[in-house]
Design a protein around this ligand. Structure first.
Ligand code: NAD
Ligand code: MG
Length: 381
């Protein structure tokens, strides 16, 4: 059970909700980090008095240092500062940084022996083997914050052996464009893509939900977290986001976790596991929800899901490559520089940008990430 907590990416959607949970649970918040939003971070520092705070952007860090000079919080800067916060030795480090920027901090926290509450899925997609090996070596737990993975983790409680599991079923809301054709998708705007039907999240993951790349990333995340073959992980579109995911056992019994769509439930469970505590989240009223629907995804229109499946099956640096292409294309789409369907196009192109290797180092992951980002920019020039 967590007593001291570091929140990496504390100014984001998950970070802010994690601090709400921390306050409610009475955790001592020892470190906070952000990319650049010093206004929000200053407020958090005044509220939680962490020992350390880090801002990745150097100029913003200098600005924060002046703003909180009257407090006892030590302000660090740059990537190294964020990693130092990850190494603060907290019982739990909740990583809610967005993108591959979360990978090195995750490893830093694991090396220090802190348990990881992981929201930053790109960490496992790009560096899955390295992260899982490091965690096993150090004996630290990686507890999922992502709602689907938390649901699977909860549905696995009491499971004696992996042999009893037949498949994992990840649910997907389908995002704002479910049911649309490729022709219709070619015309969607950024504003439409940013309107998620059920969840309020950061911009990057909201676009990932619209392309359904998010479900592809989650498939890889689940494969690493639970040691499953991609072939034994299925996707089911469930528009209401009430059933957060399911585990099918070999006797065909299916266990699922349900709840209203609110990230404070999985965040809290990752920090209090194996205990449970009262939550401010609304209780689920199934009679009010009335109808729960399930259907197969349209894999042809939303091609990112199977591109991720293929990347995981090919192994090596391919997952890091599809992640990098998506991060770059997602950013270009948000800047209005490319169209919506250019995102799957970039993800597909990633397969031509890296070599097939069976084993890889962290340096190779970052090299592949850089190479694919450059290739993705070139694709749209
Ligand atoms: P967000 O954009 O709202 O917040 C991201 C945080 O990361 C911010 O604090 C930002 O300052 C920090 N950050 C960004 N770039 C950074 C960098 N280069 N170095 C250091 N810090 C940096 O994102 P979010 O929606 O909170 O998502 C965070 C992570 O959690 C993502 O990996 C996302 O896929 C995952 N996730 C989010 C949700 C959700 O409901 N928002 C649900 C499941 C999983
Ligand atoms: Mg999710």
């Amino acid at each position: 059970m967590t007593k001291t907590l570091a929140v990496l990416g504390s100014t984001g959607s998950i970070g802010v909700q994690a601090l709400e949970v921390a306050q409610l649970m009475g955790f001592e918040v020892v470190a906070l980090t952000a990319n650049s939003r010093t206004d929000i971070l200053e407020g958090q520092i005044r509220k939680f008095s962490p020992r350390f705070a880090a801002v990745a952007d150097e100029t913003a860090a200098a600005d924060l240092k002046i703003k909180v000079a009257d407090t006892s919080t030590k302000v660090l800067s740059g990537k190294a500062g964020v990693e130092e916060c990850a190494r603060c030795g907290a019982d739990s480090v909740l990583n809610s940084i967005v993108g591959i920027a979360g990978l090195a901090p995750t490893l830093a926290a694991i090396e220090t022996g802190s348990n990881i509450a992981l929201a930053n899925k790109e960490t496992l997609v790009a560096g899955g083997k390295i992260v899982m090996d490091a965690a096993a070596k150090k004996g630290v737990a990686i507890l999922p914050v992502d709602s689907e993975h938390s649901a699977i983790f909860q549905s696995l409680q009491g499971c004696q052996s992996k042999k009893q599991i037949k498949r994992l079923i990840l649910t997907a809301s389908g995002g704002p464009f479910f049911g649309k054709s490729r022709e219709e998708l070619s015309k969607v705007t950024l504003e439409q893509a940013l309107k998620h039907p059920n969840w309020s999240m950061g911009a990057k993951i909201t676009i990932d939900s619209a392309t359904m790349m998010n479900k592809g990333l989650e498939l890889i995340e689940a494969a690493w977290l639970f040691g499953m073959e991609a072939a034994n992980i299925d996707i089911l579109v469930h528009r209401q986001s009430i059933v957060h995911s399911l585990v099918e056992y070999i006797d065909n019994s299916v266990i699922a976790q349900l709840g209203v769509p609110d990230m404070r439930i999985p965040i809290q469970y990752a920090l209090t596991y194996p205990d449970r505590f009262v939550s401010p989240v609304r209780q689920l009223d199934l009679a009010e929800a009335a109808t729960l629907t399930f259907e197969k995804p349209d894999y042809e229109t939303f091609s990112c899901i199977n591109l991720c499946r293929r990347a995981f099956e090919k192994g090596g640096l391919f997952p890091a490559a599809v992640n990098a292409a998506n991060e770059k294309a997602n950013e270009l789409f948000r800047c209005g520089k490319i169209g919506f369907l250019d995102i799957p196009r970039a993800v597909e192109n990633a397969f031509d940008c890296v070599q097939n290797v069976s084993d890889y180092t962290l340096e190779q992951v970052f090299e592949a990430d850089n190479a694919v980002r450059t290739a993705t920019e070139r694709l749209f020039r």
